[in-house]
Design a protein around this ligand. Sequence first.
Ligand code: E4P
Length: 227
Amino acid sequence: MEILIDSANLESIRELNDLYPIDGVTTNPTIVVKEKRTFLPLLKEIQSIIGEEKMLFAQVLGEQAEDMVKEASYLNEEINGNFYVKIPVTDEGIKAIKLLKLQGIKTLATTIYTPLQAFIAAKAGAEYVAPYVNRIDNLAGNGVQVVSDIIKIFEHHHLPCKVLAASFKNTQQVHHVCLEGAHGVTAAPEIIKSFTAHPSTETNVRQFMNEWKSFYGESSNSIIKKN
Ligand code: E4P
């Protein structure tokens, strides 16, 4: 199962990529605008941090399929490595996904709210779909259930498309999409950091250290013997 950072903040990406087994970075226009930087150099800097093997996702802005295809081709030429274009799952978006598949450009269908949107995007040739779990929950829907239904549809119909669950407000949502068999999650840095945070873990670690020091001495904080 893949873990992606949903951010364009270089400091956070550097920190998380260093600490955790990160598979890549997803961005969207809102995330990019927050950084107040020129778009392409920002994407290139993100890629220089994570490396060309890890996945990088960026979204097009065009509303007509032809414009989306032009933007996607431009980005795909400019960005080396393991790059994916995010295409919103509108009718024109589906058409763009079909055209980009023919050109060999990898896509992720984004802004997914229903299983059938995911189904049609996968059939059009998207490599990934991104259901918006928390935004679905906010509309009194059930984001985890949508993820689960999409996975079932892809399995039943042998669609070679991965479900990258997106839009999380808490770790419980992430936990549940993991249980449902999502192929990946993309989450904001603070959500990813909370995967490991637990006060009892910190208390235990402190306790181990205190007990060690009470026998071996205050200055002893490593099992490696100092000369
Ligand atoms: C992913 O493709 C989306 O950009 C993202 O997960 C949306 O998350 P949000 O609902 O927290 O903005």
